[in-house]
Write a protein of this length. Structure first.
Length: 386
């Protein structure tokens, strides 16, 4: 792993930063407060090739890796307009289809995911199972050549802007009778599929939904990859999810710290000196910056290992990165608000809305507690605790 980014990666970082600056926090929060979405930014990012930078060139992608896609997410977040559906559509769904989809599935879906003309949501979480794929109750059964899918999913991001959703279900193994996970691409306008918005006490242009799947009939080619290897296919998408969630949190943290640092340089209260000259203000900001940069390094390590094909190493690093980014991001936002005092909660400064959003980075897509369970068991070889 190199600690110096290539000229191409640096150029990508600069170009995406310029795109983010053209939209910024005001664009995001305006869409959020009006109940809209960030379709314009998503479309332009796709047109410029940023959304599909990790996807194969033969399907309209950039031929890069998760490292490059994380750059895109981080820089948009640093501008105040991170795109949550980047975590889902090109990172999770695009990766799974690129690795395990048939040629016809790749031809059908990857070009649209790469240029942003199509969005694919991802549905694994259920109210009684969380993200535990061994306990989900959404089931698929064969009916001739077709599949019949039934169940319910909750906290599914972006169903309202997606044309399709990659659904994790379970089906019976014909040899053992045991249930095993399977993945299907389901059009959001399918007969029998409905969704209801979950009202959230946070300001976001991305919305969450409960999805109801009532005997949705799917053709045989809706099944992604092998019926017998879906658990591997599922986890192929979860490491990118954690890497991208880390970059989302790191971008948000950088945005908040930039506001706080600029404020601390300009705000004068005592002795004609900016408040940033006082250690009581400067040191907490310095500490937050250090923690964010450490989280970024682990995120970059995870992305590098993933792109090199070291999936076991990437799994450990991606979980560590997600934990570190969630913790650092939450503390960075908190310290930024504290630096501004009452102004930290004023709409003018663009920080108050990040309090709940940064907290979310410690909860989703996997909670800090489940990450600690994973590290204790797999990194430290401690007994499984759940």
């Amino acid at each position: 792993m190199s600690f110096t980014e290539t000229p191409e990666q640096l150029a990508l970082r600069e170009a995406v930063a310029q795109l983010g600056a053209a939209y910024g926090y005001e664009y995001m929060v305006g869409k959020a407060r009006s109940g809209g979405d960030m379709a314009e930014l998503y479309a332009e990012a796709g047109k410029l090739g940023y959304l599909g930078v990790n996807l194969p060139t033969e399907y309209g992608g950039g031929g890069g890796g998760m490292y490059e896609l994380a750059i895109v997410e981080e820089e948009l977040g640093t501008a105040g307009c991170g795109l949550l559906m980047m975590v889902v559509s090109p990172a999770i769904c695009g990766t799974v289809i690129a690795k395990y989809g048939t040629n016809s599935q790749k031809d059908r879906w990857l070009p649209g995911l790469a240029d942003g003309s199509e969005i694919m949501a991802f549905a694994i979480t259920e109210s009684d199972a969380g993200s535990n794929s061994h306990r989900i109750t959404t089931t698929a059964r064969r009916d001739g050549d077709d599949w019949i899918l039934s169940g319910a999913k909750t906290y599914i991001s972006g169903v309202d802007v997606a044309q399709n959703v990659l659904v994790v279900a379970r089906t019976e193994d014909s040899a053992t009778g045991a249930l095993k996970p399977v993945l299907f691409v389901v059009p959001t306008d399918s007969t029998g599929l409905e969704y209801t918005k979950i009202e959230m006490d946070m300001i976001s242009a991305d919305h969450q939904f409960t999805v109801f799947i009532d005997d949705v009939r799917l053709p045989s080619d809706a099944l992604v990859g092998s019926e017998d290897a879906a658990i591997d296919q599922l986890f192929a998408g979860l490491n990118p999810e954690r890497i991208m969630a880390s970059s989302f949190a790191i971008g948000m943290a950088r945005y908040a710290l930039n506001i706080a640092v600029n404020y601390a340089k300009e705000r004068v209260v005592w002795r004609d000196k900016p408040i940033g000259s006082h250690q009581g203000v400067a040191h907490p900001l310095a500490q937050a910056h250090i923690e964010v940069q450490l989280a970024k390094l682990m995120m970059q390590k995870a992305a590098t290992l993933y792109d090199q094909g070291d999936h076991m190493g990437a799994g450990e690093a991606a979980n560590m990165a997600k934990y570190a980014a969630g913790e650092a991001g939450t503390r960075a936002v908190d310290q930024a608000v504290q630096t501004l005092g009452g102004n930290g909660l004023a709409s003018e400064y663009g920080l108050g809305a990040l309090i709940a959003a940064s907290k979310l980075s410690r909860i989703a897509p996997v909670s800090r507690e489940m990450i600690l369970n994973f590290i204790a068991q797999h990194s430290l070889d401690l007994p499984k605790s759940y």
